[in-house]
Write a protein that binds this ligand. Structure first.
Ligand code: HEM
Length: 202
């Protein structure tokens, strides 16, 4: 890569978001693995509880008219229903909401949350392979980790291209970054909560 290309990459919003979330991502990755989600279906079900809680908190953002004007296929990208179906497959009760969900963020901040939710579909490519070892698949128990319609890489690239093409004020740049960091913090809280709760049968 030439020096000019390197500078251009670093100035891309998505690259900056990648950079500032590198550490929280590594910590979350380690935390997920510390709970051994692929050891038993019961452990995996707790991971799905966290995923469901996170996704269900983002439903209003995935269906927000102002955001859909920017990302037209946003509603189809939402995985709350898939995660809920996984809970049913795993005979796990739908968890009650956890206080502290994101509430009415501005456009840029909301896009920071969605960046993290969409990005998590990349890691999901690895996770679903492990879930197969538990007898699960993208049609049973691990639906929310499945390949999105149109392809995983394509979905991510088109989202990032849109995000990188938006004109943001300095305040909005700060807000999108805050949204991304908040999203990682929130997932961490929900993951801890999910594993702290005794498994319940549906
Ligand atoms: C709630 C948010 C997220 C969670 C829970 C999450 C979880 C994980 C986990 C557990 C892995 C490890 C998979 C394995 O090694 O078996 C992983 C890998 C990965 N994640 Fe995430 N992730 C999240 C957000 C993101 C975001 C925002 C991005 C991109 C911007 C991303 C990109 C990746 C990529 C490319 C990998 C593959 C290997 C690597 O580079 O570490 N993830 N993720």
């Amino acid at each position: 890569m030439t020096a000019a290309e390197t500078t251009q990459r670093q100035s891309l919003r998505s690259q900056r978001l990648n950079q500032i979330t590198h550490e929280p991502h590594s910590k979350l990755d380690a935390l997920v693995k510390a709970h051994a989600p692929f050891e038993t279906q019961a452990n995996f079900a707790r991971f799905v509880v966290a995923q469901y809680l996170f996704q269900s908190e983002l439903v209003s953002l995935y269906n927000d008219a102002e955001l859909i004007a920017i990302v037209p296929d946003l509603p189809e990208r939402c995985r709350a229903e898939a995660a809920k179906a996984d809970l049913t497959d795993l005979q796990t009760a739908v968890p009650a909401p956890v206080a502290g969900a994101v509430n009415n963020p501005g456009k840029a901040q909301a896009l920071g949350w969605i960046f993290v939710s969409e990005g998590s579909k990349l890691g999901a490519a690895f996770l679903i392979k492990r879930a197969v070892g538990l007898g699960l698949s993208e049609t049973f128990g691990a639906r929310h980790l499945g390949e999105p319609a149109g392809g995983r890489a394509e979905g991510w690239k088109s989202f990032v291209k849109t995000l990188d093409g938006l004109e943001f004020s300095a305040e909005e740049e700060a807000a999108v970054e805050k949204g991304a960091i908040d999203a990682f913090n929130r997932f961490t809280v929900l993951l801890e909560q999910a594993y702290a709760t005794a498994p319940e049968l549906a």
